[in-house]
Write a protein that binds this ligand. Structure first.
Ligand code: ADP
Ligand code: GN1
Ligand code: MG
Length: 370
């Protein structure tokens, strides 16, 4: 029986102008770790041997303007490629976008769906959790280097692929709107979580005045720095390529730092059901901080450095609110595997916020020492 992944690969791979002809599709399978797009790994037999591709159907509920999104990705990957060719950031690589045969960096299918094709980064793997400080430091180095390389990118060329993506105040307001509407009839079940979010509303207001005053600069940022959005090399185990470039936009370095630790600093999975397993790892925080500061610390302002610990709390709180909002809205945004996934994810994020709150002084001490 032919699987859906095989069907998609057979229909979509021929639409792209690859650098070599292939004779056969040897393997096609869906990669289900991401929460947003539909991602397929495809291995095709070329003249010189098998070659891996990533075919992705862009989630157009989440990304309303896929042409602009692809323009961002093409611009940023070309820019990074030039910097790498000039000898910067040795060991790092960037994605290659294969154009469709009509020349666009996407292919539109008969139902109006948008597809794109990347190289599968050869010999790479991704992780759902850091096994130890070395992996945290390596991921941090890759994300920090990515940010440093994009420092000179003309920020005005970027489209905002999701407006107000990390505007925590707007995320709070979206949660209140979802509570009021109670579209899926789930409100009664989540009163504790709603109260938790409300009690921390003031946190939403801390960064905007510093941005307005210029002590926290707007930069070109990735905005989705989960550990599984960086690829590791199978031989060296270094973090070699940052992927998931959909949310590259003007943003704050603190979003990237905080969001990475939200995911990687958690001792449990994002959708862990047993909250007693959720804790925040100070050794992983320290390792990540070291790797990040080594890669891009020289460019950071005193306020950016001072607020590194707070950013972890803020991004965790924000993400928890986003999961809660989606749960109340009936799971329209994040991909779920089980009906209560978004509720479980919200609960892990809020449990983690509690732990981070208790550990903030320790985290501040670690930043001061590095
Ligand atoms: P989503 O937006 O749904 O998270 P991603 O672009 O992050 O989608 O892709 C999902 C996963 O597929 C990534 O976490 C990564 O592990 C893997 N992946 C994506 N692109 C590539 C690539 N070019 N090479 C190797 N693996 C990739
Ligand atoms: C989504 O696409 P993915 O799975 O890497 C989300 C992030 C969240 C994350 C939570 C475009 O990331 O913002 O932090 O889930 N991406 C988008 O796991 O909303
Ligand atoms: Mg992803």
């Amino acid at each position: 029986m032919i699987t859906i992944a095989e069907q998609q690969a057979r229909a979509m791979l021929p639409q792209f102008a690859l650098e070599e002809e292939y004779t056969d599709i040897r393997e096609a399978r869906e990669l289900t770790e991401g929460h947003i797009n539909s991602t397929y790994y495809v291995e095709a037999q070329g003249a010189a041997g098998p070659r891996g591709y990533i075919l992705q159907k862009i989630n157009t509920y989440v990304f309303r303007r896929p042409e602009e999104l692809m323009a961002n990705i093409v611009g940023v990957t070309e820019y990074i490629r030039e910097r790498l060719a000039a000898g910067e950031a040795r060991g790092q690589s960037t994605l290659h976008v294969y154009p469709a045969k009509d020349g666009n960096p996407w292919y539109q299918d008969e139902q109006g769906g948008y597809w794109r094709c990347y190289n599968f980064v050869a010999n790479s793997y991704s992780l759902q959790a850091a096994a130890g400080p070395q992996e945290a430091r390596r991921a941090a180095y890759a994300f920090g280097t990515f940010q440093r390389m994009l420092d000179g990118f003309p920020i005005e060329r970027l489209h905002e692929t999701i407006p107000d993506f990390h505007n925590t105040k707007k995320r709070y307001e979206a949660l209140e709107a979802a509570v009021a509407e109670d579209r899926a009839g789930r409100r009664a079940e989540v009163e504790d979580e709603i109260a938790f979010a409300r009690a921390r509303k003031g946190d939403c207001l801390l960064l905007p005045p510093l941005v307005a005053a210029g002590s926290i600069p707007l930069r070109v940022t990735h905005n989705d720095t989960k550990l599984n959005n960086v690829l590791f090399d199978r031989d060296t185990h270094e973090a070699v390529c940052v992927v998931d470039l959909d949310t590259i936009m003007p943003g704050l370095s603190l979003y990237d730092f905080g969001d990475s630790l939200r995911f990687l600093g958690n001792t449990a999975a994002e959708d862990e059901r047993d909250l007693s397993n959720v804790d925040f790892s100070l050794p992983l925080f320290e390792a990540y901080t070291k790797g990040y500061l080594a890669a891009c610390g020289a460019a950071l302002t005193p306020d950016e450095i001072r607020l590194l610990p707070f950013s972890v709390k803020l991004m965790t709180y924000e993400c928890g609110m986003r999961f809660l909002t989606d749960y109340l809205n009936g799971d329209v945004y994040f991909r779920i595997h089980r009906p209560d996934d978004n509720l479980a994810r919200c609960r892990t994020q809020f449990a983690l916020v509690r732990r981070i709150e208790a550990l903030l002084p320790e985290m501040e001490r670690i930043v001061a020492q590095n």
